[in-house]
Design a protein around this ligand. Sequence first.
Ligand SMILES: *[C@@H]1O[C@H](CO)[C@@H](O)[C@H](O)[C@H]1NC(C)=O
Length: 127
Amino acid sequence: MQRQPTYELIIWTLVTFSSLLCQGWAAKCAARDHAPTVQQTKIGTGNPPKFMVEVRNNCPMCPIINVHLKCGNFPQALVNPRLLKVVAFDDCVVNGALPLQPLQKLSFNYTHSKYLLRPSIWYFQCE
Ligand SMILES: *[C@@H]1O[C@H](CO)[C@@H](O)[C@H](O)[C@H]1NC(C)=O
């Protein structure tokens, strides 16, 4: 049988480009600019203050799972653990580690002086 290098080349090209495309797609949401964000907004003028927290999946394509925040010594008593579960010192998990859909926000409020909260670990589910 005669070899048909043209077909091989075409197939090689297709495979290469489709895998590049897939990686590019996933890479989009692995990029730091698609990292989840935590926004805290002070509500009212109470003392102690009240903060509204919004954790947002900034990936427009993929759900995000197992989002952990650095949370210092945030006390579990301030929030429903289904929304934010204190796992250990400086380690809190959002939404029971369950997915946030693309661009979904999860919100909760707490009343206390401000705790710094910032994302530490997360996984995109791009398949
Ligand atoms: C947080 O507080 C704001 C303002 O009082 C309120 O609109 C919002 O519903 C509260 N969010 C939750 C999750 O309770």
